[in-house]
Write a protein that binds this ligand. Structure first.
Ligand code: ZN
Length: 168
């Protein structure tokens, strides 16, 4: 058995992966997709992707398709009932536009957080701090478009540079 002349580059830590990612819920309804836009650029091993997705991609090469199902604990967490909190309207960028059911961002001590509006009052808003996809089992379909080595600079910064990545 002789080694092939050139092995395809496979996914592992400190490589940059370009992929299309589609997720569906248990009923098959589309949750998120990169189709129709540019593929997602990910620096592997730097917590840019859900850990379960990185594990599923490990060792794969460009052109491969991967399907994986992640339960809530491995996706966006279990939904907790006690995470609805009353927040002053001053922490929202456009408080006049807030509507129940809307997913928006609120300024917190930990930075901007995605929340779902539950109820809008005069000066305060009840928001759900659960991630919008908390409690969902997600079925992911991934297609690897490209795998390359990250540059030393990308590894130091912890993100991808160039087209589709950070420009600075
Ligand atoms: Zn950078």
């Amino acid at each position: 058995m002789s080694e092939p002349m050139s092995k395809p580059m496979t996914v592992t830590r400190d490589r940059v992966v370009s992929l299309h990612c589609e997720s569906r819920d248990d009923a098959g309804a589309l949750v998120e997709t990169t189709r129709g836009g540019p593929p997602l650029l990910v620096l592997i091993g730097h917590r840019m992707l859900l850990r379960g997705l990185e594990r599923a991609l490990e060792g794969r090469a460009a052109g491969e398709r991967v399907e994986i199902t992640l339960p809530p604990e491995q996706a966006y967490g279990v939904r907790a009932d006690d995470r609805v909190q009353r927040v002053s309207k001053k922490y929202f960028s456009e408080p006049a536009r807030l509507r129940p059911g809307q997913v928006t961002r609120v300024r917190t001590e930990q930075g901007l957080r995605a929340v779902t509006v539950v109820k809008v009052g005069g000066k305060v808003v009840d928001v759900d701090f659960n991630h919008p996809y908390a409690g969902m089992t997600l079925h992911f379909a991934l297609e690897l478009m490209d795998v390359r080595e990250a540059t030393p600079e990308e590894i130091a910064h912890g993100h991808v540079h160039g087209p589709g990545g950070h420009a600075h």
